[in-house]
Design a protein around this ligand. Structure first.
Ligand SMILES: NC(=O)c1ccc[n+]([C@@H]2O[C@H](COP(=O)([O-])OP(=O)(O)OC[C@H]3O[C@@H](n4cnc5c(N)ncnc54)[C@H](O)[C@@H]3O)[C@@H](O)[C@H]2O)c1
Ligand SMILES: [Fe+2]
Length: 393
């Protein structure tokens, strides 16, 4: 067995209604001045109300930063850091999707450590102290509440990651009630993102290990068994709970066995065309999985019966292909858009996308098969009119 290290947050609370318990958790840190990092969509949907009321009732001074936007740009992070310093904040709480949670992780780190954002992009460069940090996800999801990662859009429209154990929160607080109102298209895209985390962790080239494998398998089971239900019946609390648990387990898996080419090719689509992260993943998913098949067939065959129990009797070759097709069927059933053209990408954009994807070396090294510029171009090209989803393997 390969030696491995494994890092997760030290505390997790998973409970319906848990977001109303943040005041008690903030009190553990003696916090008096709390910064809530969120976005307007989440706040206007009333998802922060329970936590806000609980903190105010406990006598906390609450400062609100609700200017987070999807794929948070560097300047939004810097604005929130300034506010955090001006207000002499002593604890950062975030309620929201991956965009809010990632922003909050950096705010808690940069405000306390004094480091500059530009100096900490990459792996292990954030070594200072951070403010106490509580994270409450409202999507299922990025798993950001349990990962040491924050993704920022830079001034040159690249998506760059800060990766450091310092970004793991003091508490990950999971409240499935907060995900009940997630609209079907966001439910589908964020659910696919979580499935991709599990799949890419399971096939991750260097850091795949027995713990990430178990978590990835369990995550994929929970996510694939519940994603169709939550897309059609969003009020099903039990199915929403399974999705939130699945996305957290997938987060733990890929935090320790990093994601690869699906994410590397998805990031430029998000950065240049402002396509939601999960949808960007879904649009290149089939092309990347098919490209990976020659190298990852055995691993995909191992995952196939988790997604479809009928795949148990197939040969390795058949099961590998069946796995890819099963994911195509999930995307179709959940009405995820099929083509890059539908989100505004044109043929003339494919070379810029491919160039930017090749810059995601942090992720590409984890892919089971080496990806060259021409491979990236071919995958984007196939996805342009949605051919990659319909073409049989
Ligand atoms: N840190 C990590 O480990 C990690 C992993 C994967 C992705 N990411 C990053 O996370 C970001 C994507 O996060 P996301 O997919 O969670 O989406 P998001 O945070 O960008 O939110 C998408 C939209 O959904 C809305 N929303 C969120 N929760 C809602 C709810 N419960 N009800 C109604 N509306 C709701 C938001 O207001 C927003 O408009 C990207 O920047 C991506 O790069 C980070
Ligand atoms: Fe992701």
């Amino acid at each position: 067995m390969n030696p491995f290290t494994f890092q997760v947050p030290s505390n997790i609370l998973f409970e319906t209604g848990a977001s109303r318990k943040v005041a008690g958790l903030a009190a553990e840190f003696g916090a008096k001045r709390v910064l809530l990092v969120t976005d307007k969509g989440v706040r206007n949907a009333g998802l922060t109300q329970g936590a806000e009321e609980a903190l105010q009732a406990a006598g906390c001074n609450l400062v609100i930063f609700d200017d987070v936007v999807a794929d948070p740009p560097w300047n939004v992070v810097e604005q929130a850091v300034s506010l955090c310093r001006e207000e002499r904040i002593d604890l950062v709480l975030s309620i929201g999707g991956g965009s809010a949670l990632d922003t909050a992780k950096l705010v808690a780190y940069l405000a306390r450590s004094g480091d500059r954002l530009d100096d900490v992009y990459g792996v292990g460069l954030a070594k200072g102290q951070r403010l106490p940090l509580l994270l409450v996800p409202t999507t299922a999801g990025t798993g950001s509440e349990v990962t040491p990662i924050a993704i920022v859009t830079t001034p040159t429209s690249e998506k760059k990651g800060v990766v450091s154990p310092r970004l793991l929160p003091d508490w990950a607080i999971l409240d499935p009630e907060l995900t009940l109102g997630l609209p079907p298209h966001v439910t589908a895209a964020t659910g696919i993102d979580a499935m991709v985390h599990a799949i890419e962790a399971y096939t991750s080239r260097h850091k795949k290990n027995p713990m990430s494998d178990q978590l990835a398998r369990q995550a994929l089971a929970l996510l694939s068994q519940n994603i169709r239900e939550v897309c059609t019946n969003g009020q099903n609390l039990e199915a929403r709970s399974q999705m939130l648990l699945g996305s957290m387990l997938a987060g733990m898996a890929f935090a320790n066995a990093p994601v690869a080419a699906v994410h590397a090719l998805a990031y430029p689509i998000g950065a240049l065309f402002h396509v939601p992260h999960g949808l960007s993943n879904a649009l290149v998913l089939m092309g990347v999985l098919r490209f990976n098949l020659p190298a990852a067939e055995k691993l995909y065959a191992e995952l196939a019966p988790i997604v479809d129990p009928d795949a148990g009797n197939l040969s390795v070759q058949e099961a590998g292909r069946h796995f890819v097709d099963s994911l195509g069927a999930i995307c179709r059933d959940c009405k995820v858009p099929e083509s890059l053209a539908e989100v505004g990408v044109r043929e003339a954009d494919l070379s810029r996308l491919s160039e930017d994807a090749m810059k995601q070396t942090r992720l590409l090294v984890n892919n089971p098969r080496e990806v060259a510029y021409a491979d990236a171009y071919a995958i984007y090209s196939e996805a342009l009119d949605g051919k990659s989803r319909s073409v049989a393997a």
